[in-house]
Design a binder for this molecule. Structure first.
Ligand SMILES: [Zn+2]
Length: 154
């Protein structure tokens, strides 16, 4: 493929997957299709040769490995290293599961305590009402007692 013919174009016309970069000579914003990564192109603005940067690909997360059935043996082979990494990953996943379960339990506990708090507030309000009623009854009893005492000859 001839570098001179690669369609490096102005960054105002960007398409999906294009690599965006600046010309190191004139600073012009450039765009080129992904196939141009790492190739030499000429700046559409100043005509100087530019190497197209190779973008850091954000590769999607690898699928979660299942825990190996037995303890991995370290014989130094790449397979052993991979098994160890798998085991470490499985352990990390187990720890995440445990932490999630713990978090759920704490949330349940918190909800329970919140319910208790609300119930206690209601209970205290009830107690206050009851105390008020008791106070009223005491007041009435004192009035009656005073009346009885007044009627009783000294
Ligand atoms: Zn340039």
């Amino acid at each position: 493929m001839s570098a001179d013919n690669l369609p490096a174009h102005d960054s105002t016309d960007i398409r999906e997957g294009d690599i965006l970069f600046d010309c190191p000579h004139c600073g012009k914003n450039m765009a080129i299709e992904a196939a141009g990564a790492g190739l030499m192109v000429r700046c559409a603005n100043c005509g100087q040769p530019i190497q197209v940067p190779i973008p850091n690909h954000h590769t999607p997360e690898a699928p979660v490995a299942t825990a190996p059935a037995d303890v991995p043996v370290d014989d130094g082979s790449p397979q052993a290293v991979i098994r160890q990494l798998d085991a470490a990953l499985a352990m990390a996943n187990q720890q995440i599961d445990r932490l999630l379960a713990e978090k759920e339990a704490l949330q349940e506990r918190r909800a329970f305590l919140e319910q208790m708090r609300i119930a206690n507030v209601t209970r205290f309000e009830h107690i206050a009402l009851e105390l008020g009623a008791v106070q009223d009854a005491l007041d009435r009893a004192l009035v009656l007692l005073a009346e009885v005492r007044a009627e009783k000859p000294a």
